[in-house]
Design a protein around this ligand. Structure first.
Ligand code: HEC
Length: 112
């Protein structure tokens, strides 16, 4: 199964660690994060993330944003705007993974 294979690749101590020093959320966590972004973030940023109360979070819209600014906005919100901080629900690694996916074009939710 693809999931199991991925898990094995990402397991601590696996050679994958040499490829990237960043801690990736597990495949299961990634699936949960996709759901959270599609549903919770989508409630303001639009179900397709093309904008609503919040601005679009599409690849095109975020092209000139730094990863750091996206991570900071996701974790700490934007005081004085409706954008809430998510640091009680997301780790820094979660937020970095989400920001990377947003800049690459956010994946669709996998059917359960
Ligand atoms: C309650 C509504 C709401 C929710 C829920 C919400 N946002 Fe936002 N978000 C906003 C608003 C409004 C802004 C614009 C803030 C401003 O005016 O600077 C924003 C801005 C942002 C930005 C900055 C975009 C840019 O162009 O710089 C990012 C990144 C972002 N949100 C990510 C997220 C993520 C990821 C989630 C879910 C974990 C989320 N938001 C959930 C309302 C929301």
């Amino acid at each position: 199964m693809r999931c199991v294979l991925l898990l094995a690749l990402l397991a601590p101590g696996a050679d994958a660690a040499q490829v990237s020093a960043e801690l990736l959320p597990t495949p299961q966590r990634q699936q949960a994060l996709v759901r959270l972004v599609r549903q919770d973030c989508g409630s303001c940023h639009g179900m397709q993330l093309t904008g609503g109360l919040g601005p679009p979070l599409t690849r095109q819209a975020l092209a000139d944003r730094s990863l750091e600014s996206l991570v900071a906005t996701t974790l700490h919100g934007r005081p004085g705007t409706p954008m809430p901080g998510w640091k009680t629900m997301l780790s820094a690694d979660d937020a970095r993974w989400i920001a990377q996916q947003l800049r690459a074009g956010f994946p669709a939710e996998e059917p359960r």
